[in-house]
Design a protein around this ligand. Structure first.
Ligand SMILES: [Zn+2]
Length: 180
């Protein structure tokens, strides 16, 4: 699991990084879903990973355009809106509790929840604070809790960059063959 705990829509985008994809296998994606179980209804059966991938791509295009102050492309908006429409939520009174149910099949229900998270991000105040990781080959997105945060994870990119910088400095300043 490379990065979870950001707003759900960013976690969805972060399932894909430079050389990995949690949507590449059902087992990897199940781990991700398990990590999200507090805010995402666990699907009770295998979901269609291609459909999740399509939604993820649409959300990515929406987020990229919106962050740049533009309007997301119509096909991306259509994909998000279809996901919302296919599994609308309704309340059900199961005495004495009120449960939220959804229509649609198992994939449609998941897509609808992810699309709702995307809408929340795209239309909320947090969008302007979304930041891309400063790691040179990292495309992960996060919402910094403090303005100084630069890395998706200090343990991943932060450390990698610090180590690279250290070796660059060390090699540049130290003579290669110093006599003892
Ligand atoms: Zn990073």
């Amino acid at each position: 699991m490379i990065l979870v705990g950001e707003p759900l829509a960013l976690d969805l985008l972060n399932t894909r990084w430079r050389d990995g994809d949690l949507l590449g296998s059902g087992a990897l994606f199940r781990d991700w879903l398990a990590a999200q179980r507090d805010r995402l209804t666990p699907p009770e059966a295998e979901v269609d990973l291609d459909a999740v991938r399509l939604l993820r791509q649409a959300v990515r295009e929406c987020v990229e355009h919106a962050r740049a102050g533009g309007t997301p492309p119509a096909p991306a908006l259509r994909t998000v809106n279809e996901a919302l429409r296919h599994a609308p939520a309704h309340r059900e009174l199961v005495w004495p509790d009120v449960l939220v149910r959804r229509g649609g099949d198992v994939t449609e229900r998941l897509l609808a929840e992810l699309a709702e998270a995307a809408v929340d991000l795209l239309t909320g105040p947090a969008l302007g604070r979304v930041r891309g990781c400063a790691g040179p080959e990292c495309s992960l997105l996060f919402l910094p809790a403090h303005p100084g945060r630069r890395w998706c994870s200090p343990a991943l990119c932060g450390n990698r960059v610090r180590v690279a910088r250290y070796y660059r400095r060390h090699n540049a300043s130290a003579p290669t063959a110093r006599p003892e």
